[in-house]
Design a protein around this ligand. Structure first.
Ligand code: COA
Length: 258
């Protein structure tokens, strides 16, 4: 992998996007590498949570790589968005392993879209987030118009996208865009702390919960029906047996993995 780093510790994997001289901008190869990394880590039994962050102290990801699409046609623009959404943004959103974005600086355009595709976000105090695409004469194409609206509401999404404005970490927290704000040097450890709590729980049940929560945002899907089905399915799992038995035996459950 040329543009990303992967580090594994206990049940947690950390993916670092590693193009610091380009503020970790997402070019085609980086998107492909991220797809492969998420896909492989999702299949690894031992990996129970994934954190994604950017290298350096300045940026999480400063957007899609503008130099790549500057000369694109209408057709190429549509393909760029469709392929990126399928390979990375929708893929991460629907991954059965929890993904936390550790936003360590600028998260702009495709960078904020990537953070929003993750299951939730934590940020460092210096983080700045926005969707500045209209300054380039385009709109967000990696799900930004949809996920920002879901996370912060229609009015705030409209204003942020129309003004191409950036919000700081505290404002992002007030908006519900990030869950926590911590000092930059503490960000990764903080995210790992949350990931460790997740890793203690049933990965099988968590995967079912992710699916049920996401169902709330899918057109034509009845989220309550998905919840009922997934709730029932849990009763047929080893994790359910272990979780309930451990509770009744007054001991800590030990879940085997995914
Ligand atoms: N695509 C391609 N390259 C990018 C990039 C992007 N989205 N964002 C930053 N870079 C590159 C710059 O071109 C520069 O490369 P160079 O040194 O080879 O010239 C390098 O990263 C450093 O960026 P620079 O602009 O010099 O840093 P800065 O501190 O002055 O500004 C930003 C930081 C984030 C405000 C600024 O880089 C920026 O506005 N980036 C684009 C954000 C954007 O519009 N994203 C949406 C894309 S859809």
């Amino acid at each position: 992998m040329e543009h990303i780093l992967i580090e594994k510790q206990a049940h947690i994997a950390v993916i670092t996007i590693n193009r610091p001289t380009k503020l970790n901008a997402l070019n085609k190869e980086t998107i492909q590498e991220l797809h492969e990394a998420f896909s492989a880590l999702n299949k690894e039994q031992a990996v129970k949570a994934i954190i994604i962050t950017g290298s350096g102290e300045k940026a999480f990801v400063a957007g899609a790589d503008i130099s790549e699409f500057a000369n694109f046609s209408v057709q190429e623009g549509q393909e760029l968005a469709a392929q990126g959404q399928a390979l990375l943004f929708d893929f991460v959103q629907n991954l059965s392993t929890p993904v936390i974005a550790a936003v360590n600086g600028f998260a702009l355009g495709g960078g904020l879209e990537l953070a929003m595709a993750c299951h939730f976000r934590v940020a460092s105090v210096n983080a700045k987030m926005g969707l500045p695409e209209v300054t380039l004469g385009v709109i967000p194409g990696y799900g930004g118009t949809q996920r920002l609206t879901q996370l912060v509401g229609k009015g705030r999404a409209m204003e942020l996208i129309m003004t191409a404005g950036m919000v700081d970490a505290e404002t992002a927290k007030n908006y519900g865009l990030v869950n926590h704000v911590v000092a930059q040097e503490e960000l990764l450890e903080f995210a790992k702390g949350i990931a460790a709590k997740i890793a203690n729980n049933s990965s099988v049940a968590i995967a079912k919960a992710i699916q049920a929560i996401n169902a709330n945002f899918e057109d034509g899907t009845n989220g309550y029906a998905v919840e009922i089905e997934n709730f029932g399915a849990c009763f047929g799992t080893e994790d359910f047996k272990e979780g309930t038995t451990a509770f009744l035996e007054k001991r800590k459950a030990i879940f085997p993995g995914k």
